[in-house]
Design a protein around this ligand. Structure first.
Ligand code: NAD
Ligand code: AHE
Ligand code: ZN
Length: 382
């Protein structure tokens, strides 16, 4: 098929707030520096739902969403040397070119090379590789994994061992890596230190992955804050030491706030807190639950267009720190192999996150399940 467009099935979002429609789409030939991937499996992340709802300022339609995918390289464009036909790859919504100011800074995993076109939903040359019913479809996050075949920039995928099952490693494309990396890379100066106290707000795939990272770093206390009581069992299963439901009158008494409760539980506040909800009020609580002088709060959740965070500047004057990270601070092409090895060696939980499975035709159900509260991750068999 190299050199020819491929017609395959994809879940197309024609407009915001509507169910996805399974359509026949034409996937163009990979151009210079591009890779065409046969997506085997994709996860469904909250960020897909967020963009599809119309709340993402960068969201545009019609589009093929999806950014948590793994599969096999079907063909490559001119000049591609980092992957070859037949390689098993994980898609990277945070690419890594290794040459731009960002990549060379040693300070961030964000890569600047294709960010502008990625944000506009097109390939680096400004055009789309997807066509349906005579119209161009937009790409999403440089990956568009809700298509049986997709085209990505070569810097937007990483080769991994073919021994690792893609119905698991697809989840390393976002949720698990994001939370785990936030805990072991982005927090503090190279991750949470042994003995530190940690609070995780929101125990979805991302929050549970933060717990996993905090456990790996031997945190002394890992308090989970979630409005859904069924997340208590999940949190303890991943190694949390405490669970607080901020809406429970027994957990947070009259006159207390979630932040005052946490400060009281930890002799003055936490060393690290993580927002894994995307709710700006939660982000404030997470910051204010930090210990005076050094406590650090890391924003991971994605908030809707127009939402802003606030707190008294005094919170920062008195030494609390507010920061955030994308993809857990993980450099995809450099560090993904290590995460896959950790998974294969039993050091990184991945299977435990998969609560639901669907075929491509059931992808809308995956989005409904996501909002139900007992779905951690749904893996879609493409
Ligand atoms: P999820 O929906 O599975 O989990 C969110 C959890 O937060 C749920 O358990 C929910 O009960 C809980 N929650 C909701 N409101 C709450 C509140 N007020 N207080 C306490 N808990 C509350 O979502 P997820 O897939 O784990 O993603 C979490 C967030 O992270 C989303 O906003 C997502 O868009 C974002 N995200 C960011 C990155 C990144 O790179 N920065 C990557 C992946 C996901
Ligand atoms: N486009 C949105 C923000 C969306 C966002 O923050 N995305 C995260 C990844 S979430 C993965 O599930 C991200 O990588 N951000 C860094 C980047 O460069 O996009 C908006 O508000 O404009
Ligand atoms: Zn995601």
């Amino acid at each position: 098929t190299a050199g020819k467009p491929i017609t395959c099935k994809a879940a197309v979002a024609w407009e915001a707030g509507k169910d996805l429609v399974i359509e026949d789409v034409e996937v163009g030939v990979p151009q210079a520096g591009e890779v065409r991937i046969k997506i085997d499996y994709t996860g469904v992340c909250h960020t897909d739902a967020y963009m599809l709802s119309g709340k993402d300022p960068e969201g545009a339609f019609p589009v093929i969403a999806g950014h948590e995918g793994a599969g096999i390289v079907e063909s490559v464009g001119e000049g591609v040397t980092s992957v070859a036909v037949g390689d098993t790859v994980v898609a990277l919504y945070t690419p890594e070119c290794k040459e731009c100011k960002f990549c060379k800074s040693g300070k961030t995993n964000l890569c600047g090379k294709i960010r502008a076109t990625q944000g506009k939903g097109v390939m680096p040359d400004g055009t789309s590789r997807f066509k349906c019913k005579g119209k161009d479809l937009l790409h999403f996050m440089g990956t568009s994994t809700f298509s049986q075949y997709t085209v990505v920039a070569d810097i937007s995928c990483v080769k991994v061992t073919d021994k690792a099952p893609t119905d698991r490693t697809c989840l390393l494309g976002c949720g698990i890596t994001t939370g785990y990396g936030a805990a072991v890379i982005s927090a503090g100066n190279g991750g949470i230190e042994e003995g530190a106290t940690v609070a995780v707000f929101g125990a979805g795939c991302v929050g549970l992955s933060v717990i996993q990272g905090a456990v790996a770093r031997k945190a002394s206390k890992i308090i989970v804050v979630d409005v859904n009581d069924s997340k208590k069992e999940w949190s303890f299963k991943f190694g949390a030491t405490d669970f607080v439901n901020p809406t429970s009158k027994t957990d947070v008494k009259e006159g207390e706030t979630i932040q005052s409760k946490l400060v009281e539980m930890t002799d003055g506040g936490l060393d690290y807190t993580f927002d894994c909800t995307g709710n700006v009020n939660v982000m404030r609580s997470a910051l204010e639950a930090c210990h005076k002088g050094w406590g650090e709060s890391i924003i991971i959740g994605v908030a809707a267009a127009g939402q802003e965070i606030s707190t008294r500047p005094f919170q920062l004057v008195t030494g609390r720190r507010w920061k955030g990270c994308a993809f857990g601070g993980v450099k995809g092409r450099t560090q993904m192999g290590g995460l896959v090895d950790d998974y294969m060696n039993g050091k990184l939980k991945v299977d435990e996150f998969i609560t639901h499975r669907q075929n491509l035709g059931g992808i809308n159900q995956a989005f409904h399940d996501m909002h139900d509260g007992d779905c951690i991750r749904c893996v879609v068999d493409m």
